[in-house]
Ligand binder design. Structure first.
Ligand SMILES: [Cu+2]
Length: 122
């Protein structure tokens, strides 16, 4: 009998746990898709991302070495990426197209090579 009671309590706790976990899972579905972009001398990884027109996405920008910039004029993105810090930018592009971005903080001899492409699908 004692074992049954323990099993019952365990099942109850499990079902409570599941019912608490479900709304959390549902909520995270509503959060924007997150895309991590890591900068280092002299590239962005990945150097091309694709999003849908009207889709809200969160860009998480970080650097593994020095300070970089992240400029995508057409999408009004102009951020500084600092070592040890993640810079978040939330965008909802309303125009389809292929947009060029670049590092706009001089980071060394290959700085001009630091390009980035954001494709916005219709
Ligand atoms: Cu640079």
């Amino acid at each position: 009998m004692k074992f049954n009671r323990i099993a019952c309590a365990a099942a109850l706790l499990l079902s409570i746990g599941i019912s608490f976990a479900m709304p959390r899972a549902a909520r995270s579905d509503n959060e924007p898709r997150t895309i991590s972009i890591v900068a280092h001398k002299y590239e962005f990884v990945p150097n091309q991302i694709t999003v849908k027109k009207g889709e809200t996405v969160k860009l998480e920008l970080s650097t593994t070495d020095v300070k970089h910039g992240f400029l995508v004029k057409a999408l009004k993105i102009d951020e500084t990426i600092l070592p040890g810090k993640t810079t978040e930018v939330v965008i909802t592009p309303d125009t389809a197209g292929t947009f060029q971005g670049a590092c706009n903080h001089f980071c060394g001899f290959g700085h001009k090579k630091m390009k980035m492409t954001i494709v916005v699908e219709p």
